[in-house]
Ligand binder design. Structure first.
Ligand code: AMP
Ligand code: MG
Length: 409
């Protein structure tokens, strides 16, 4: 039996980043940058006012006070989006609005609340330092600055930063196309009433959702019956995708045909991985196409997708962060007994007094999809002996990247 690490290493060795393509920035949410994005320009591109008020020459206001106010002649106005045509001369003030370029000659802007304006004169009762209320060129971004690294996933903030520099399109990795095939005579598709003995195919909807979340494009190929010819035909059709995910048919039952067909058709390894849930797992190549054969039980399929399928997709995306974050948590509630297999227990995390606390989502059998629902992490119960008791710490693999996480500061 392989350890989880050995199995994951072997899976990841089968994938490299896909080619780059261009995407309009506004459609690039969740895409992964294929190259570093460097600033070509400055932001802000010109010095501008942070306030609605009056642009002036700071030297004119030296010594201004309530007793000895300074009066500046109001000579013009510069709204956002336009440029003052002249040069501010000594003794002059120019009405300026937030975001408008600072007129040449001026070096500060005083907010209107601190002025009085009458008859074309602006009265100022305090000295104004040079640079007051000015947003400087390049204060946000300087040319050559690294905006986002290759491998970064674009979120709303990265998109705003790139947009502020006018960057579009962006170079991102192509999304992997992932074929999803369920196997089993007992499976009915959604929208069809169940016949006796049937259950709904929940793995395909799960995988469509999880593959999409991972950043790839799912393509559902339907349900293969437990008959060799049909499964063979459907798997043949699936070649050419970046990854095939099957579910079911990899354990030791009579109808576990995925194994049989894969061993005829490709270089496929079957593993028993030292983990629970999800012991049986197949990985290999059908022709050139990598195939990950997930177990049929819905919880096992979900957990093995998280541990092996998602990292494979992230590797194809060239993502800097292939793995989900692992955090230290304090177990609360029922103790967890260690066994010779590593267990991944569905837990819900809460933050209490600055600590992450984990509680299981209930019974953990691998047909209980309700144990997945509401789980925010997988508590890792390492191989070995003894128990993890309530109040003791353990590691947990987050099921989303919502907690703060940085590879480096
Ligand atoms: P198998 O690995 O094919 O022996 O399947 C193990 C268990 O998972 C059986 O109880 C199957 O009915 C169930 N199962 C297999 N595939 C699916 C699926 N796509 N959706 C829901 N349950 C499934
Ligand atoms: Mg089956």
């Amino acid at each position: 039996m392989l350890t989880v690490e050995e199995a994951r290493e072997r899976v990841l060795a089968g994938f490299t980043p896909l080619e780059a393509e261009e995407a309009p920035l506004t459609e690039a949410l969740g895409r992964v940058l294929a190259e570093d994005a460097l600033a070509q320009e400055s932001s802000p591109p010109f010095a501008n006012s942070a306030m609605d008020g009056y642009a002036l020459r700071s030297a004119d206001t030296q010594g201004a006070s309530a007793q000895a106010p300074v009066r500046l002649r109001l000579v013009g106005e510069v709204p956002a989006g336009s440029v003052y045509a002249g040069v501010a001369q000594p003794g002059e003030a120019i009405r300026i609005l937030t975001g408008a370029p600072l007129p040449d000659g001026a070096d500060a802007a005083l907010q209107q609340e601190l002025t009085e304006v009458a008859d074309g004169w602006v009265t100022i009762r305090q000295p104004v330092a040079a640079g007051t209320n000015i947003r400087h060129v390049g204060e946000d971004v300087r040319p050559g600055m690294l905006l986002a690294r290759a491998g970064a996933e674009l979120g709303p903030a990265e998109i705003a930063l790139l947009a502020s520099l006018g960057v579009s399109p962006v170079h991102v990795r192509r999304r992997p196309r992932v074929a999803i095939l369920a196997t089993g005579d007992e499976l009915a598709p959604l929208g069809q009433p169940l016949r006796p003995g049937q259950i709904y195919n929940s793995n395909t909807p799960y995988l469509i959702a999880a593959v999409t979340r991972a950043g790839a494009e799912p393509v559902a190929l339907g349900i293969a019956p437990d008959r060799a010819e049909e499964l063979r035909a459907m798997l043949t059709q699936a070649q050419g995708y970046d990854l095939i995910l099957t579910s079911g048919g990899v354990s030791v039952g009579d109808y576990d045909l995925v194994k049989q067909i894969l061993s005829e058709q490709g270089a496929v390894e079957f593993w028993r991985v030292r983990m629970r849930p999800g012991k049986p797992l197949a990985f290999g190549f059908l022709g050139q196409t990598p195939l990950l054969g997930l177990p049929g039980n819905p919880v096992s399929a979900a957990v093995t997708f998280e541990l092996f399928g998602r990292p494979a997709i992230r590797r194809m995306l060239g993502a800097a962060q292939v793995e989900r974050p692992v955090v230290t948590v304090t177990l609360e509630g029922a103790e967890q007994r260690r066994t010779d297999r590593r267990q991944f227990v569905r837990v819900r995390l809460a933050s209490r007094a600055g600590q992450l606390v984990a509680r299981t989502t209930g019974a953990q059998d691998s047909h209980l999809i309700s144990s997945l629902q509401g789980a925010t992490a997988l508590l890792i119960v390492p191989e070995g002996e003894g128990v993890i008791r309530s109040g003791e710490t353990a590691q947990a693999l987050l099921l989303n990247d919502a907690l703060p996480w940085a590879d480096e500061w």
